[in-house]
Design a protein around this ligand. Structure first.
Ligand SMILES: *Cc1c(COP(=O)(O)O)cnc(C)c1O
Length: 398
């Protein structure tokens, strides 16, 4: 079918997450009051919206502490700082991730080292073993990339045995679980994003969750709390801060009250959003799985995903065939992305990361080179999901 005569993708495919009316009202009230900063010198009465987000995220993830910051990238950076990552130190990072993840490592002055990805889009645990031994790394920054959770039953003990502390990048797994345990509850810390393309639309925002009081206290001080940490919503006690006072630079990475108010009203909506996303995703996948030449990642039984995007591979297609399919889909308003493309927008590959050239470990080059990706909206009806998969099937390489 040619782009000229073919139906376009439904407009709902590109619809952003809607902002609940009570959040709009709360933001209007905040603007009328003028209290847009989370810390108030003479305050401490009513908890700020940021403090309420912290309490809500600690409860959602089953963690003792949560710290609200201005992005997930900032949360990842602060987790690395809090873990004591030193300049020049190697930090292991999934080869399948997004630019802000190696970016957080660079922000901490450290060196991202790519670990391979499997056909199921999870971390290659054999390659993890190799990379840990070769580099002597002490920290793994684990992206649960595009919602595909690594096997946490195997990964956690393996990381322990390799002396690796795990920082979980949960930008795409807010609301997801492994074996009934929330993403973000594994390892030293979990980091979440409230950027508009994730599961909560606050424009910008991030949260770090942890059970470690020292890491939480450090993160609060680094985030820029002006010693008003008594106003945080899920902070450790004063005894955790005492030994750190005067030790932690103020990096001013706080969450403001407007994004916090936007996020707060959306936390209770996560289960409904997950159900809508998964319904559309699973409906598309059921038909896509029948098409010859299409490979879909397997989903392990312990994983309960929130699939706000779709991934599939064309392992037998040539690069120019994949590039042509992407172009045809985009001409039909379906913004397909390809991890085999030269660096662009919301894809990234280790060979695009700044710094010394990275080789792509193991099967990574083949997996990413054949991988296509589509953002889904929670506003897709069944008919819209069918229209999306119609386009994908029509535009597959011959
Ligand atoms: C979006 C994203 C981030 C960074 O989130 P920001 O809030 O934009 O900093 C980190 N990791 C992954 C996998 C992401 O998709």
């Amino acid at each position: 079918m040619t782009a000229r005569t073919a139906a376009l993708a439904p407009p709902s495919l590109r619809r952003p997450l809607s902002i609940p009316p009570e959040a709009q009202a709360r933001v209007a009230a905040l603007m009328a009051e003028g209290w847009l900063h989370r810390y108030v010198e003479a305050g401490g009465g009513t908890p700020s919206a940021a403090a309420q987000v912290e309490a809500g995220m600690a409860a959602l993830t089953g963690r003792r502490h949560a710290v609200a910051v201005n992005s997930c990238g900032a949360a990842l950076f602060l987790a690395l700082k809090g873990a004591g990552v030193a300049p020049g130190e190697p930090v292991l990072v999934n080869a399948f991730t997004l630019g802000p993840v190696p970016g957080a490592v660079l922000h901490a002055g450290a060196r991202p080292v790519a670990v391979g990805v499997t056909e199921d889009l999870t971390l290659d645990l054999d390659d993890l073993r190799r990379a840990a031994r070769e580099t002597g790394a002490r920290v793994l920054l684990l992206s649960q990339m595009r919602g595909h959770m690594s096997d946490m039953d195997r990964l956690a003990p393996l990381a322990d045995s390799l002396g690796l502390r795990v920082i979980e990048d949960c930008a795409h797994t807010l609301g997801a679980t492994w074996g009934g345990r929330p993403s973000g509850s594994f390892g030293l810390a979990g980091c979440f994003s409230f950027q508009s393309g994730k599961h909560v639309n606050a424009g910008e925002g991030g949260v770090l969750v942890t059970d470690d009081p020292a890491l939480a206290a450090r993160t609060i001080l680094h985030s820029g709390s002006y010693l008003l940490y008594g106003q945080n919503g899920a902070a450790p006690g004063r005894e955790a801060f005492a030994p750190l006072l005067g030790q932690c630079g103020n990096f001013s990475l706080r969450m403001g009250e407007i994004p916090a108010a936007l996020a707060l009203a959306q936390l209770p909506l996560l289960p409904e959003r997950a159900a809508r996303w998964n319904r559309a995703h699973d409906r598309i996948v059921r038909r896509l799985a029948q098409a010859p030449g299409v490979a879909l990642p397997r989903r392990p039984a312990p994983e309960a995903y929130v699939q706000s995007s779709l991934q599939f591979r064309l392992p037998d297609a040539a690069p120019d065939e994949i590039a042509a399919m992407v172009a045809r889909c985009r001409a039909r308003a379906l913004w397909l992305k390809w991890f085999g493309a030269p660096a662009e927008g919301y894809t990234s590959r280790p060979d695009h990361w700044p710094g010394p050239a990275q080789s792509l470990p193991g099967r990574t080059a083949a997996v990413l080179g054949s991988l296509l990706d589509l953002r889904l909206s929670d506003a897709l009806s069944d008919e819209d999901a069918d229209a999306v998969v119609d386009i994908l099937l029509q535009e597959l390489p011959a």
